[in-house]
Design a protein around this ligand. Structure first.
Ligand SMILES: *Cc1c(COP(=O)(O)O)cnc(C)c1O
Length: 957
């Protein structure tokens, strides 16, 4: 046979172990084949009857060719649509070295602060940008989109309201349609009444707890809300503004005119539109609300050597998401995009951004004058970048002439609005004017641009011109040459451990390969340059890609249809529960408000249930970690009249395929509830079984876990939900772009297809793996996990396993016994850094344990290095246990060790420097130095500093 038809399989690049390695691993497990291992692991009663029916796997080259053809079907017209999304110039140095760089996009959320100082600094920069631009004291990093940030603000202000009888949220009728749509959904569960009206002091009645305004307003006009805010405050009513970040370079920041919360999108700071995302939303507020802020906050503290260090502030609160007492379910939250926006501010600095904003405003002004000179009426007296032109009978003609010139405007009845952005040129203005001239039978020659330019007035009212400084910190004033910028980016990147260095074995997080070929199309202009509200005949490439992904994920989950709105797993949970709610209501089945959740569930489950207005009833787990069936039956029966749903993770968060899962579903159904499956562990199901097959009704997928979207240091992500046939009519709709039918719930995200551009990554993964490849990935994930279990179970007790002693794709290592001689699970996590590894998941789902998930992408060599490290650490623990070394002064307690500690002239430790830094031979080849010693969490929480401190401020703290 010749080799002519040989085609390399992508699968062999994605799955780590070679066939030879796999055989060695199987031998270690005492089984003769992977089929035998899978038979021992996955209960026969849930096994899928048929192999996945998916298109044949494509090679990387063939996929990139195909997706390029699909991209050609997208038309990239010049966008002047605005409405919260603008074209941008992404500086090349940020595109290549951050957006397209696995050193930035493959990290995990920075829970292990000592090996995450780079992105923590970039996120602190982001918070500083937001505080400076909004004029408020504290900001988070970051939220999913502007609309959900507005909803978070609504809920925070509702919880903190002074007048507990007030339940009306007054929403400006000049706010973005997508934001109002999401507010509607979120208000529903809390009994909050939305009142949509023109903003006027007379609307500030006693039943209002807070007001929401858009600044500049949705139609582009600038309204002065100063006296409105003052009146509101005099009545104990708070004010939230959604503000355009770029405009705040020129406008009085909302914090200075009285807003209590400011939210918005940071997309305009160098992040492509991507047909809706991903982008980072921001949330800023007054100091008095600092303990109520949703999402993550980065704060300054010091390390064990007293040096400047950063970490997530109030971390335990975030980590546990306060379960059913939650006010928010934010977990994955667009970190990578916040980092990009922060670098955009570092790159341009205050002058640069002011220049960009001023040019945008000047071009808008020029266009305004030109259109007026042609006799048009421009309706916004005051504006930053958006003009509104009354067209009367010319509307249709203008639209078709604009499309002929590949220009997209925003049409609203007989008005058109035109938003200028950073990419708009003088030539673009002329093209627009030409279009407007033509429908009047005129030409460009009828407009004297030079004269107009000489006489540009101001479109910003004198009272609202910004006078305060911003971005004064040295970080925004030092790196403006490309060399300085490149080196700043690289210096931060070098502090962070990512998948570029070693495996990140985080249980439940599935940190698998994010292949380069999967990432490549994301930054193509034909995907990045599309506005989410672009006319549908320009987006057929996207629609084809999303349609295919819908079909494939439906096949994989065993469901009828997917919704691609939710931007994270937790948002998927929320969306799924709202769909279930709509289903019950549609059947006249009111009052179903009880949600059963096993004790072992991820914190987002009860948090989402609580956001959906449900009451959480906890179901016990037995000593093997399985759902306690008698307890489930008792609670389901007790609440049968009000049972809404059960939320269940499968395989369980304990890493076991529970044999009783089908019975669990039957019990819930028999009592009138629906089964919500948390799909975070889908990596153990794909191709072997499916939520639909098991009997669930809804499931979200974490595309950033199972389907290869990188974690980005804490986002982006995508949490689409799949539903069984009876729930399809209730999938989320969208006010601007229809995504569902009449019975669909209102929107859960700002964009109709969430962070659409990163769906390409999962599309690529499935295309290149095919059904067989995906199934082999699942099998390999289970093999890798069981291999680790076999190698480690003598050193660390493995908490739970299935009937045949097998784990699923992850396992829990019990470290609680070490407490008896002073060793905490955190000491092991920190010591792993000295060995070059990121810790597994710490203390979830069981406190004092480590949950390890290797994924299929790690080779045997890497698994062995990781096991060697943990075995060596176990020996270090044994020395403490034996009393050979002091319980408080040992290599574990002092971990991690920085280069400056190890190379210092002084060394008074009871172990050698070699033991500290190079405990095993392989470490020499690949040393990763933690940039700070162990960080002090409590100090940072006592004195919260959440924006870049000056040297003096830091010294005082
Ligand atoms: C990751 C995870 C979630 C939350 O997903 P996000 O995308 O971070 O919101 C929910 N449940 C489980 C079990 C998870 O592991």
């Amino acid at each position: 046979m010749s080799n002519i038809h040989f085609q390399e399989k992508f699968e062999s690049r994605h799955n780590g172990p070679s066939p030879v390695e796999a055989n060695e691993m199987l031998a270690k497990l005492g089984v003769s084949s992977i089929d035998q291992l899978i038979d021992q692991t996955v209960p026969s009663q849930i096994r899928a009857p048929k192999p996945l029916n998916l298109p044949k796997a494509l090679s990387e080259v063939a996929y990139l060719k195909r997706i390029a053809e699909i991209a050609e079907k997208n038309k990239v017209f010049k966008s002047f649509i605005g409405q919260g999304y603008y074209d941008v110039i992404l500086p090349g140095v940020i595109q290549r070295n951050v957006f397209e760089n696995p050193g930035w996009y493959t990290q995990y959320t920075p829970y292990q602060a000592e090996i995450a100082q780079g992105r923590l600094q970039a996120l602190l920069n982001f918070q500083t940008v937001i505080c400076d631009f909004t004029g408020l004291e504290i900001a988070n990093a970051s939220l999913l989109d502007e609309a959900t940030a507005a909803a978070e603000a609504m809920f925070m202000l509702y919880s903190a309201r002074k007048n507990k009888d007030a339940n009306v949220f007054l929403v400006s009728d000049n706010a973005y349609a997508q934001t109002v749509d999401v507010l509607k959904t979120r208000a529903l569960s809390f009994g909050i009444e939305l009142k949509i009206a023109a903003i006027a002091e007379s609307e500030l009645t006693d039943d209002v707890f807070a007001a929401f305004v858009q600044y500049p307003a949705a139609d582009g006009s600038i309204v002065d809300y100063k006296s409105f805010a003052a009146t509101a405050h005099s009545k104990n009513i708070t004010v939230c503004a959604a503000a355009d970040l770029m405009s705040l370079a020129l406008l009085t920041p909302p914090g200075e005119w009285g807003a209590d919360v400011v939210v918005g999108n940071s997309q305009r700071f160098g992040v492509p539109m991507g047909f809706g995302g991903p982008h980072a939303a921001y949330f800023a507020t007054r100091d008095s609300f600092k303990r109520n802020i949703p999402g993550r906050i980065i704060g300054v503290t010091s390390d064990s050597n007293g040096k400047y260090a950063l970490r997530m502030a109030l971390q335990t609160r975030e980590q546990h998401i306060r379960r059913d007492k939650a006010s928010s379910n934010i977990c994955t939250a667009q970190a990578l995009l916040a980092i990009m926006a922060s670098f955009y501010a570092v790159y341009h600095g205050p002058e640069g951004i002011k220049n960009i904003a001023s040019r945008i405003n000047a071009l808008a002004n020029l266009l305004d004058q030109a259109l007026q000179s042609l006799g048009y009426t421009q309706l916004n007296a005051a504006y930053f970048d958006t003009l509104r032109v009354g067209l009367g009978a010319h509307a249709g003609a203008l639209k078709s002439e604009a499309l002929n010139n590949e220009l997209n405007f925003y049409y609203n009845g007989s008005e058109v609005s035109i938003a200028i952005d950073e990419t708009t040129t003088y030539e673009d203005i002329k093209t627009i004017v030409k279009v407007f001239a033509k429908i009047q039978g005129k030409t460009l020659n009828d407009v004297d641009f030079d004269a107009l330019e000489e006489n540009l007035g101001s479109s910003i009212p004198a009272d609202l011109v910004r006078t305060s400084a911003y971005l004064t910190h040295p970080n925004f004033n030092s790196y403006h040459s490309e060399h300085e910028m490149l080196r700043y980016i690289k210096s931060l990147e070098a502090k962070d451990l990512s998948l570029c260095h070693s495996m990140i074995p985080l249980g439940s997080c599935t940190m698998k390969l994010n292949a380069t070929a999967e990432m490549v199309p994301v930054t193509w202009a034909r995907f990045g340059g599309l506005h989410p509200f672009a006319p549908t005949d320009q987006t057929s490439g996207y629609m084809q890609m999303i349609g295919e992904l819908n079909d494939w994920l439906s096949e994989i989950t065993g469901f009828a249809k997917m919704s691609f709105q939710p931007n994270s797993g937790a948002q998927g949970e929320y969306a799924g529960l709202m769909v279930i709610r709509a289903y019950h209501e549609s059947r006249g089945d009111h009052g179903r408000n009880i949600c059963l959740i096993p004790a072992s569930a991820h914190g987002t489950n009860p948090a989402s249930a609580s956001m959906a207005g449900l009451k959480v009833v906890v179901v016990k787990c037995d000593e093997l970690g399985n759902i306690d069936i008698p307890d489930l039956r008792a609670k389901a029966t007790e609440h049968a009249a009000n049972l809404n749903s059960l939320m269940v993770t499968y395989p369980s968060t304990h890493g076991v395929f529970e044999e009783s899962i089908i019975e669990v579903c039957e019990i819930v159904h028999a009592n009138g509830g629906q089964v919500y499956m948390d799909g975070a562990n889908m990596n153990a199901q794909v191709g072997l079984t499916s939520p639909g097959h098991i009997g669930a009704d809804v499931c979200h997928l974490n595309l950033h876990k199972t389907f290869c979207i990188p974690h980005g240091g804490g986002g982006p992500g995508m949490g689409p939900i799949g539903v069984a046939k009876h729930l399809v009519p209730f999938l989320p709709n969208h006010e601007v772009v229809s995504t569902s039918g009449e019975e669909g719930i209102s929107a859960v995200s700002a964009a109709p297809f969430g962070s659409a551009s990163i769906l390409l990554i999962s599309h690529a993964y499935i295309s290149m793996m095919g059904g067989e490849g995906l199934t082999n990935a699942t099998r390999t994930a289970i093999l890798n996990a069981n291999y680790i279990k076999a190698r480690l179970e003598n050193a660390y007790p493995v908490l739970y396993s299935g009937t045949n002693g097998r784990c699923a794709h992850e396992m829990i290592l019990d470290c609680r016994g070490f407490k008896n001689f002073g060793i905490e699970v955190a000491d092991i996590a920190k010591r792993l850094m000295d060995y070059g590894f990121h810790a597994p998941t710490v203390s979830f789902p069981v406190a004092g344990t480590l949950m390890v998930e290797p994924t299929e992408s790690e080779s045997k060599a890497e698994l062995d290095r990781f096991c060697d490290a943990l075995v060596a650490i176990r020996e270090e623990i044994a020395a403490v246990e034996a009393g050979d070394v002091d319980q408080a002064n040992n290599v574990l307690k002092h971990a991690p060790h920085t280069a400056s500690v190890v190379t210092a002239d002084e060394w008074d430790r009871p172990y050698s420097r070699q033991t500290a830094a190079y405990p095993l031979e392989y470490v020499r080849e690949r040393k990763f130095w933690p940039s700070v010693g162990r960080v002090n969490d409590s100090q940072g929480d006592r004195t919260l500093i959440c924006s870049c401190p000056s040297i003096e401020e830091y010294a005082e703290a």
